[in-house]
Design a protein around this ligand. Structure first.
Ligand SMILES: Nc1ncnc2c1ncn2[C@@H]1O[C@H](COP(=O)(O)OP(=O)(O)OP(=O)(O)O)[C@@H](O)[C@H]1O
Ligand SMILES: [Mg+2]
Length: 297
């Protein structure tokens, strides 16, 4: 994979249209493209009129897919439950069954499932030259992007604490071996919790490294000529700043439909896309995409 492109922005500004335009343009230039939606309210299929529940070939160079967010969430909870039950089976006083039922409805689960989906889809599709991601609106997307960074910090802390627990357990076992249950690990390499943390850490490090790789990962904010999409773009810029990530471009879409636009406020190179009155067919999208080629140059 040469580059991955994320289109961010407020609801309805033209993220899906921009991702379609770039995908069709690149594929018209014989570049292989994997165009993926991680927006739970998908609408790539509205553009190509195909069922995209599975990765589907659109033309010789373009494949598209709408990630099954519900399916990922179910799988994520199912697999986590199995691993946790196995890991903590010695803790009979804790009712894990109830705990996992609760987890299903906990805030943040959808974001976690989306983060895992994103990682798996990127990893599975490395053979494409370009991956173009259609994202959900700002609030959800900022949460998805910040999860790998906050999780990395927590996992590093948890690994340190876990190692201390194992150290202390070892010290107790030296003095009074019968106090330590046989199933409990006394060395880091035998501990199932550390193994699980290592597994989580691999996932998260993959995403942190990719998102932080300025030459591979390109991010553009899409906005229209209105105050609300401008202030939301500023929210994205500031949200990303907290993760030490930066945007590469602003796409001023539907140009000519609003007030004159204060471009300087964003401090980003701006690509303008006109408001198109005619239907958005593939040819129109491909032409529109030519304006976006700078993003991947
Ligand atoms: N340049 C344009 N000219 C005319 N219509 C446009 C243009 N860009 C987008 N649209 C139309 O605006 C609507 C919203 O666009 P789009 O679905 O791409 O936005 P979005 O940011 O992906 O929205 P959501 O947040 O709901 O996913 C669509 O009907 C689309 O066809
Ligand atoms: Mg969309």
């Amino acid at each position: 994979m040469k580059k991955i492109v994320f289109f961010l922005g407020k609801g309805g500004v033209g993220k899906t249209t921009s991702s379609a335009a770039l995908s069709f343009y690149l594929s018209s230039k014989n570049k292989t493209v994997y165009w993926v939606s991680i927006d739970p309210a998908h609408n790539l299929s509205d553009i190509v009129h195909l069922d995209l529940h599975k990765k589907t070939q659109i033309n010789d160079f373009l494949f598209a897919e709408e990630v099954d967010v519900e399916g990922y969430l179910k799988n994520f909870l199912h697999n986590t439950t199995i691993r946790m039950k196995e890991m903590y089976k010695y803790l009979q006083i804790v009712n894990l069954e109830n705990m996992f039922d609760l987890l299903k409805h906990s805030p943040g689960m959808e974001e976690y499932a989306l983060m895992y989906a994103l990682k798996e889809k990127i990893e599975e599709n490395q053979e494409f030259e370009y991956i173009v991601v259609d994202t959900p609106p700002t609030g959800l997307m900022l949460k998805i992007l910040s999860l790998p960074f906050s999780s990395k910090m927590w996992i590093e802390k948890l690994v340190r604490w876990r190692k201390r627990i194992i150290d202390h357990r070892g010290a107790i076992a030296n003095i009074n071996p019968e106090k330590i249950d046989d199933s409990l690990a006394l060395k880091d390499e035998d501990d199932k919790v550390l193994k699980e943390l290592g597994y989580q850490s691999d996932y998260i490090t993959f995403l942190v490294n990719l998102l932080s790789n300025k030459s591979k990962c390109k991010m553009a904010v899409v906005l229209n000529e209105d105050e609300m999409s401008l202030s939301e773009s500023m929210r994205i810029i500031n949200g990303l700043k907290g993760l030490k990530l930066t945007l590469d471009f602003a796409i001023l879409n539907k140009e000519g439909t609003g007030q004159k636009y204060p471009e300087k406020a964003l401090n980003l190179p701006v690509i303008k896309m006109p408001y198109l009155r005619n239907a958005m067919d593939i040819k129109t999208l491909t032409n529109l995409g030519q304006r976006l080629k700078k993003i991947v140059e």
